[in-house]
Design a protein around this ligand. Structure first.
Ligand code: NAD
Length: 420
């Protein structure tokens, strides 16, 4: 019988494996792994919602808080039909390591509600958002756990959640939640933060690798919030964006796409497909293009071992969460292709969320230039903390990123007297 090669697509097992390997590589106490391999708190709830037709429907919701050893937990809430407890637990672990690598005073958390957002009216989405925050209200708060938007949730839904919490507690609590509308205490610069952070670490990596961004070619999978801003900023840094693929199609021009014109096109057509002067392209073709840099900014598990064997780029920056499978990572490593892992390349968003929370606690708001400057500094410092760790131990950037996190988390565990 022919052997079937399967890829590790269980995100929780992947996250636990990454933590274990980083603990082993650093020679940290086994107790660190035993503590970090599971969230410290998980809440499962059933949320009754009165639908527009008058019927009451119950939705399952989750909140996983991974660790509060460094500070309150923080992480987004996704609305998706395939959300599982294991996925939410894995994402909470990755949030811990994102925050630890960036030096943010948080542990990770993640939330999810099993639902089909496209099938729900705005009124039903509002009731579901209010019901979710009511269900988790006893374990969240500015000093406990701070939610934020994620897949299929946005600033509008965060506004509803904040309002529900404020009515419940009888007070204004802007620091409860980040990614809020500006008028309720959102931060300037939040919308572009993940794309900006990604572009900054690409610039740093290119410098370390000895190539300049001027004239480098870039291909992006995904042209939404993250991909479109990353493309714009990389073009401003001198890159030529030659290819973009989204859920409905692709656009390729080996001489370069005009990113501003492409953004305007997507604003009208809701896809990059059929962009004038470009030829069509699939995701599979995009990953195999002769470009310098690839930015996966769409979905999980896109760069499998099979896809990784076709990659010609020298640098991949994981703007999406978990775009490369563990097997894909191994192939990329064996082929000498440098990967900036998601816990760094996609950390600009949580970093500006942290700035939002700080501004809420101070009740004093910064201009966009200040947000950009602070984000830039934290991304650059974190890139070099990771790169130095990688050089010292001869490991990949991904392993090194987790190791920086383990160093900080074990120091906090020791400072609290949890380990010797
Ligand atoms: P978005 O919904 O704004 O954009 C997603 C993009 O991916 C769209 O262009 C969509 O068409 C494309 N896409 C969807 N399915 C596709 C497919 N099958 N093939 C090709 N393209 C496809 O989402 P976003 O906020 O830009 O997030 C993108 C990724 O970045 C996600 O993995 C998200 O978890 C991650 N991320 C986002 C942020 C943030 O601040 N928005 C922060 C950290 C990580």
């Amino acid at each position: 019988m022919a052997s079937v090669v399967t890829e590790t697509l269980d995100p929780f097992a992947t996250a636990q494996g990454q933590v274990r390997q980083a603990v082993e590589a650093l020679g940290a106490p086994q107790a660190v792994y035993e503590y970090l391999k599971e969230p410290c708190r998980v809440l499962v709830c059933s949320i009754p919602v009165q639908m527009d037709d008058g019927q009451v429907k119950s939705f399952i919701g989750y909140r996983a808080q991974h660790t509060d050893v460094i500070g309150p937990t923080k992480g987004g809430v996704r609305f998706h039909p395939q959300v599982t407890l294991d996925e939410v637990k894995a994402l909470s672990i990755w949030m811990t390591f994102k925050c630890a690598l960036l030096g943010l005073p948080y542990g990770g958390a993640k939330g999810g509600v099993v639902c089909e957002p496209e099938q729900l009216s705005m009124h039903e989405l509002e009731q579901l958002s209010r019901g979710y925050i009511r269900a988790i209200s006893s374990i969240v708060g500015p000093e406990r756990d701070i939610p934020a938007p994620d897949v299929n949730t946005n600033s509008k839904l965060m506004g509803f959640m904040l309002d529900e919490f404020d009515r419940l507690k009888g007070q204004n609590t802007p620091g409860l939640i980040t990614g809020k509308p500006l008028v309720l205490g959102g931060s300037r610069g939040r919308a572009e933060a993940t794309g900006r952070g990604c572009a900054v670490v690409i610039r740093e990596a290119a410098q370390v690798m000895g190539f300049g961004l001027a004239g480098s070619t870039v291909a992006l999978q995904g042209f939404g919030n993250v991909g479109s801003h990353a493309a714009r900023l990389l073009a401003e840094m001198g890159c030529t964006v030659t290819a973009v693929v989204d859920a409905r199609g692709g656009a390729y021009n080996p001489h370069g796409l005009d990113v501003a014109a492409l953004t305007a096109w997507v604003g009208q057509e809701h896809s990059v497909a059929n962009f004038p002067g470009s030829s069509p392209l699939s995701s599979e073709e995009l990953f195999a293009l002769p470009v310098d840099i690839i930015v996966p900014a769409a979905l999980e598990s896109q760069i499998t071992a099979k896809v990784a064997r076709t990659v010609q780029a020298k640098l991949i920056a994981e703007a999406a969460n978990g775009p490369t499978t563990p097997e894909g990572s191994e192939v990329l490593f064996a082929r000498g292709i440098r990967v900036i892992p998601d816990i760094l390349a996609s950390a600009g968003g949580v970093t500006v969320s942290y700035f939002e929370w700080v501004q809420n606690l101070m009740n004093y708001y910064w201009p966009e230039s200040e947000v950009q400057e602070k984000l830039e500094r934290m991304m650059v410092d974190s890139f070099h903390a990771m790169a130095d760790m990688a050089d010292r131990h001869g490991v990949t950037y991904r392993r090194a990123a987790f190791m920086v996190g383990i160093e900080r988390l074990s120091e906090a565990m020791a400072a609290r007297g949890w380990i010797a």
